[in-house]
Ligand binder design. Sequence first.
Ligand code: G6P
Length: 359
Amino acid sequence: EMAEKQGYPHFMLKEIHEQPKAVKEAIYGNLKTIEQVAREIAKYEKIFVVAMGTSYYAGIVAKYLLQRLANKTVLVEEASEFRYEFEDIVDKDSLVIAITQSGETADTLAAIKLAKRKGAKVLSVVNVVGSMATRLSNLVIYTHAGPEIGVAATKTYTTQLTVLTMLAIALAKILHTADEDYLKKLERELLELPKYIEAVLGYENKIKSLAEELVDKRDFFYIGRGINVATALEGALKLKEISYIHAEGLSAGELKHGPLALIEEGVPVVAIAPSGKTFDKMISNIQEVNARKGLVISLGDNKELEKVSKIFLKMPKIDELLSPIVYIVPLQLLAYHLAVLRGNDPDKPRNLAKSVTVE
Ligand code: G6P
């Protein structure tokens, strides 16, 4: 096992550090496939994304990408709900995109089977080659992340996001739903993702000391807007899974509709705030937290953000649509170091399984 960890104390840390390479493989291993898949699904207007856990959050990212770039209306549903609630809605004109790293999650397989029974086209986005999901689906995109041993998903998530971004770009090209220069810019930045991820992995020591500062906190809030609502949800999930600290991820807009009542002096609020459509709104959401003396830890690329934050992590300047792939990495590291400091084994969190094959 020591040899397999290649000098890392845990698989999770090794897998976090493998992300530049994994994302690269996801890109170059899929150049042709994604084009072909995009052509086959371009005509669908009734699109459902089904998944569980971290893969469900990748589904939320997919929804924003498909809406913004390909002008599609997308419903993203937990597979456990879809299988019971969508029987009468899904039909032969539907496209169901199932996201599952293992390809064996019981609820996701049940959703796929329902979709197939109703005559829908099923595309699955999977990491494990030959898994059940791939056998049940009409189309498959592999994430090429390599085996993931740590129970908490890391490199399978960033590679899911990578291939889903490529798919949305490919669709936009076929459908002419986005500005061509903008798509070219996105493609250029996409190829740079491994470098951006490498750069944020360089913050590890800074994040470790941050974890030392936060180790006794009881509750965390993660806020984001737009496509980064998913990053907030996934950042909070990582923390819950391995550090056993209570965490909530939510859209920053929702803050003042309830959760703000829980913000008091010193409560950590992690703000995911790249420059983009709703940046100014995010600043006002952060001010609401500051007014209640919450401890704002922000991730972004903008000086204005630094001014309103207690702790600021400077992120590379990258298009908002690609930012979830880079911004989740420091949050994975934060969860990992908090787990280790609290004496937990991040590879084997209590009560959780790598793949949930029962309902
Ligand atoms: C389990 C794992 C999660 C994972 C979820 C979905 O709960 O602990 O890390 O996100 O299953 O798994 P899948 O293989 O379908 O992506």
